[in-house]
Design a protein around this ligand. Sequence first.
Ligand SMILES: [Zn+2]
Length: 117
Amino acid sequence: MACNACSDIQGTLTVDVLAQQRLPDCVNRFEDFGYYGDDLDFTYLKKCLACGTYFAEHHQDHFEQGGAVVTWIERIEKTKAAVLIPKIIGKVESAEWLKAKYSLAKLKAELKRLEKT
Ligand SMILES: [Zn+2]
């Protein structure tokens, strides 16, 4: 079943940031639940509002090591989203500016909803 809002991303889509490549615009319209990780290696959890599919958006910066700056996004199962949300909650709880940006209540409600399905 194709969803118009997210069909640009099938499976895993990788872009080379240093080569000025970007993820498709549809990613900007996804719901953004926040991220976990550190400055060099972090993962966002996003969701297509049209069909409810979850996506993990990874960023890896190995520029200092002479490597690439890579971003990739992948469709993930609900079970995987349920694994990522507690990590994001831990991250958001660790910093005031993240608490201001991302709603812990929303994250917890989403996790509860996932655990019921
Ligand atoms: Zn969709």
